[in-house]
Every structure is written in structure tokens, then in C-alpha cells.
Design a protein around this ligand. Structure first.
Ligand code: PDD
Length: 336
């Protein structure tokens, strides 16, 4: 069961409570929907957008209906998770931080020693056409590049022909005046590899920890490795102490989140103290605020960690401020 935040995203939504109702989670989807139905008419939570009946995808040089898009059964993405991906958010018809996503994709490709196909030079243009063909202005866009098809040998094919897949799915528009959504989180040992900076398709440790979170009625699991908090299964993690934001340095142990990049930039511009430093589980548990962020869920306030309240178990002032700064940046960058 997957809950959705107010713009219809699924990113960190399981166990999410709507910021508009202000109550701490967890709220199973059915309960939450019931509460939304009773919300005042001036602040209705929009229903999740319906996917188009005939969505178009982009696969290896062609736009085609999703139902007709097929990938070889021996694609190395399927056999080995031998590939990388990106998730972008489109607002008002324009992707946020497109250049940063392209840059990170190329870094990830370099990390797995995969030369991108020539068409990868036109990622921006292909994305624009995909959005047009699906008549989408508010969307999640997924890019995936694998090392292509070949007999199941661990060593790379001599001349790989990468598979490039792109999909777009509808989301609801943001409300720039909204407050951050609130979620519960659990902690989980970080059992991933030593190159978490690569946005790799190999996500099993993330999936297993996230499933544990869902089973505990939480929306995210926050990883720790050797006592150090790294990040969420699908989010960057932050704590707030005496007004300062701490987050793990963007090294090999975390994915350099694009939302993290944007949030830290906006925080610094606004005079909020930011420290990219390692911190421990005890710092997490005793923090004034805990925040997680990703492309589809923005910044979310964590109200509980492993069942214990964070601060007063409400979105704190820094989470609210950062969310406001992000909303402003989105409107400024993508047009309103
Ligand atoms: N994941 N860390 C991990 C492990 C992630 O998977 C993600 C995002 C982030 C945040 O990155 P960004 O701000 O660029 O979205 C951090 C995406 C949303 C996903 O896998 O669906």
C-alpha cells in the first residue's frame, strides 16, 4: 500500500501524514484519505493524477506506446542490474535542475565504465518531446541506461549497445504555499556497497530497508554505517541542531542528491548555517529536527524515529523554512 503526498508523488509517501492535517503518522492510506475527505474546502488535497490511457515512452531512439515497448530478456539491466538511472521532476512543463541531473548521470556512467549512446547527448530535447507526446506539464521523468543485451557473462561485452529508456508519469502541481509533509522513519543498517554515489540500478538493500519501514508503518528508513548516519533508502538525510543543518558529506557513502544540492544552496543564500559533516545515530535521535529530501517528495519533516518523537513531533521551523525556499526556487526556475 502506497500513500501519496499532496502532489501525488509516491517517493517517501508510505506512512506519510499530510502537512495540512498536521497530525503525526503513521496513517494508512485509507485512514488518511478519509481525513482528507473531511478537510475544509479551502484546502482540499487533490486526487492523485490518473496516468494517460496510452502513455508514450522513449526506448532506443523511438517514441512508442508503453504497451509496445519491449526490452530483450537478456538485457544486462535485468540480468545484473548493470545500469544507472535518474529521476527528474517537471514543474510547469520544465524539469528542475536539468543540467545537474545530466551531470550526475554522466558521473554515474563513468562510475560503471559505460560509454553513453550518442542519443544521450539529447536527453533534454528527448525529455521535452516525451512530455509533449504525453501532454504532461507536471511529471516525474525516469531515465535509465543499461549496458544492453548480451549472453550472460559477468565481464562486459566487447562492444556494448546500451539500452536507453525514458518514461514520464503525471503528478499534481505543487502548492507553493504548502507546508512540508511529515513522515515517520526507522533506522536500518546500511548494507549497500562502497560506491553509493553512483545512481545504480542495484537497489536491493534500499528495497529491503524500505519494506521494513513500510511494515513498521513508516515512510522511510534512514541508513547508518559504523554508527554514522548516511542517508535514506531514497532520500538525503539532514538533522537540525541549534538552527544549523547537518548532512553527510557528498562522498562515496551517499548519493549526491540534486534536491540536497538545491536545498543547501538555498539555505546558504538565506543565511541558514549548513554543515556537511558526518553525524551519529545519537545525534539523529536527539536532533531538534530531522528532514529527508528527494526529487519527487521535496523536503519532508520526520516526526518519529524508531517510534520515538523528534522534537515535538511536528514539522519544525527549519523544515518549514527550507520547504518554502525550495518552493520559491521551483517557481523561479521553472516558471509559475
Ligand atoms: N532517489 N539518496 C538515495 C539513495 C536516493 O535514491 C535518492 C533519490 C536520493 C535523493 O536524490 P535526489 O534529490 O536527486 O532525488 C538520495 C530517487 C528519487 C529514486 O530512486 O526514485
Amino acid at each position: 500500500m502506497v500513500g501519496r503526498s499532496t502532489d501525488g508523488t509516491e517517493g517517501l509517501a508510505s506512512g506519510t501524514t499530510s502537512a495540512t492535517d498536521g497530525s503525526p503518522g503513521p496513517a494508512p492510506t485509507r485512514t488518511r484519505r478519509a481525513r482528507i475527505a473531511m478537510a475544509p474546502a479551502s484546502n482540499p488535497a487533490p486526487a492523485p493524477p490518473k496516468p494517460s490511457p496510452a502513455p508514450q515512452v522513449y526506448l532506443n531512439g523511438r517514441f512508442l506506446p508503453r504497451a509496445e515497448a519491449t526490452v530483450d530478456v537478456e538485457d544486462r539491466g535485468t540480468l545484473f542490474g548493470d545500469g544507472v538511472y535518474e529521476v527528474l521532476r517537471v514543474y510547469f512543463g520544465k524539469p528542475l535542475a536539468l543540467a545537474a541531473h545530466i551531470e550526475r548521470l554522466h558521473r554515474s556512467l563513468g562510475g560503471i565504465r559505460l560509454t553513453p549512446p550518442a542519443e544521450a547527448e539529447r536527453l533534454g530535447a528527448i525529455t521535452t518531446e516525451l512530455l509533449e507526446r504525453n501532454a504532461l506539464r507536471e511529471a516525474k521523468v525516469y531515465w535509465q541506461i543499461t549496458r544492453g543485451t548480451g549472453p550472460r557473462e559477468h565481464a562486459f561485452p566487447a562492444q556494448p549497445r546500451p539500452t536507453l529508456l525514458m518514461t514520464a508519469s503525471p503528478l499534481n502541481p505543487i502548492d507553493p504555499a504548502s507546508a512540508p509533509t511529515q513522515i515517520k522513519a526507522i533506522t536500518a543498517p546500511d548494507e549497500r556497497w562502497h560506491n553509493c554515489w553512483i545512481k545504480s540500478l542495484m537497489l536491493l538493500p534500499n528495497l529491503l530497508a524500505r519494506q521494513r519501514a513500510a511494515e513498521a508503518g513508516a515512510g522511510e528508513a534512514i541508513f547508518h554505517r559504523d554508527g554514522v548516519v548516511t542517508e535514506g533508502t531514497t532520500s538525503s538525510a539532514y538533522i537540525v541542531r541549534e538552527g544549523a543543518v547537518w548532512t553527510h558529506p557528498a562522498d562515496r557513502w551517499i548519493l549526491g542528491g540534486i534536491t540536497r544540492l538545491v536545498l543547501l544552496e538555498e539555505a546558504r543564500k538565506a543565511g541558514i548555517a549548513v554543515e556537511e559533516r558526518a553525524f551519529g545515530l545519537e545525534d539523529l535521535r536527539s536532533a531538534d529536527e530531522v528532514i529527508v529530501s528527494n526529487t519527487t517528495s521535496h523536503g519532508q519533516a520526520v516526526t518519529h524515529i524508531d517510534g520515538q518523537p523528534v522534537g515535538n513531533a511536528q514539522a519544525g521551523p527549519v523544515a518549514r523554512r527550507l520547504h518554502g525556499l525550495l518552493m520559491k526556487r521551483i517557481v523561479a526556475e521553472c516558471g509559475g
